[in-house]
Write a protein that binds this ligand. Structure first.
Ligand SMILES: [Mg+2]
Length: 392
């Protein structure tokens, strides 16, 4: 089975509310590139790149991508490099992609996901089997509260917990007093059974500020302190002065970042994405290395739609070290019953069915490939314009 062409769509889906964090207060969520890879056997696979211009690594070590740069890289560089290859030969595909484009991992991830989907469909196996097998049934949802007033956060968290969330993630990093008050108010309203994690998205200005905020939050019980400052060195300085485990996100893109985090003792856990390292193949390498160094991870992302979320789920059930509750979106389809708040960031999706959500866990599909089907009518509706077709 050989890759013959692809089509790229730039979608924008309606959101339930604005979802913001310290380094992204303006750019909207839900503007993603969707790619379909075609083969000579008539089997196609789907991929997604939730690229955001303001999303990158510390100190410009990784650069922002956008749906438009993803389309450009795929159409003009990546597709020509992989045309004629079998999508199952994923290591070869990555070597070809890396030879023609440095960086741009979100574009490569979209291709990688589509290759896994088509290879799984051709072989009649779910993607999790291609990743080494299934170790759990799904991903436990951490419901993410964007940067919002404390009252709005508490009201939303209460509703999310009523719908099944057992973990609440707080976006923080812009206002130390608000960040402490938020954790205090959530704990007072939600009780001790709900886990609370915080994510500063590199927002704190100094080690002293990050340490002070976190120690005060610790009085109310938090179990993860995610990327309070920019850079692994600063994370290490914070980690030495707080009780809570530090999670690296913006400082954990590649296997080399994991080596640096370990060498500096900067983080005991990291947010593993399908996209940051450039796809499922690379994410697995990164997570296996981290696990061998004693680290755990969650499965993070940029509020994926159904395709990207399915890729996250297959990775999450396959990785032994992916043990932490994650910001795994709960799919909402217009006109279909389901949770209204818990894990819900969009009002509609481009897949035909919701991924099952039970007891606070989004379940991973067992069907061949990613196990989701794309609603092509909705895909074209939300992309507004026809996709960019490339036949090599
Ligand atoms: Mg994060």
């Amino acid at each position: 089975m050989l890759i013959t062409g692809c089509e790229v769509f730039l979608v924008a889906v309606p959101t339930r509310r604005e979802h913001t964090w310290a380094s992204k207060m303006i750019t909207p969520i839900g503007h993603h590139a969707i790619v379909r890879i075609d083969t000579d056997e008539g089997i196609s696979g789907w991929g997604e790149a939730p690229a955001i211009a303001t999303w990158g690594g510390a100190h410009m070590r990784q650069y922002g991508e956008t749906p438009v740069t993803v389309r450009h890289m795929i159409v003009d560089y990546l597709l020509p490099a992989i045309t004629g290859l079998d999508p199952a030969d994923i290591g070869v595909i990555h070597a070809r992609m890396d030879r023609v484009v440095k960086g741009n991992p979100y574009a490569k991830a979209a291709i990688d996901i589509a290759c896994h989907d088509s290879a799984g469909r051709a072989l009649g196996v779910p993607v999790w089997r291609l990743l080494g097998g299934k170790r759990r049934e799904g991903i436990e949802v951490a419901h993410s509260l964007g940067i919002m007033p404390v009252d709005a956060c508490v009201a939303e968290a209460e509703q999310a917990v009523a719908e099944g969330a057992r973990t609440i993630k707080c976006k923080t990093g812009l206002d130390p007093e608000r960040d402490v008050e938020l954790v205090r108010a959530l704990r007072a309203r939600l009780g001790d059974a709900v886990k609370i994690r915080v994510d500063g998205n590199e927002g704190y200005a100094t080690v002293r500020e990050a340490v002070d905020v976190t120690r005060r939050q610790e009085e109310y019980g938090i179990f993860l302190c995610e990327q309070p400052m920019a850079g692994a060195k600063a994370l290490a300085q914070v980690a030495r002065r707080i009780e809570t485990p530090v999670m690296a996100d913006e400082s954990a893109w590649t296997v080399h970042d994991i080596l640096e985090l370990d060498a500096l003792e900067a983080a005991s856990t990291f947010s593993c994405y399908v996209t940051k390292p450039g796809g499922l193949f690379r994410a697995r390498q990164q997570a296996e290395l981290a696990a061998s160094l004693g680290m755990t991870c969650d499965i993070g992302g940029s509020i994926e739609l159904g395709i990207g979320n399915a890729a996250n789920l297959h990775l999450g059930v396959a990785l032994e070290c992916a043990v932490l509750p994650s910001v795994c979106p709960v799919t909402r389809l217009a006109g279909v019953d389901g949770p209204e708040i818990c894990g819900v960031y969009y009002r509609d999706d481009i897949v035909t069915e919701r991924l099952p959500f039970r007891d606070g866990v989004v379940l991973c599909p067992d069907l061949p490939g990613l196990g989701v089907e794309v609603d092509e009518e909705k895909l074209r509706h939300y992309s507004g314009v026809p996709g960019t077709t490339m036949v090599a």
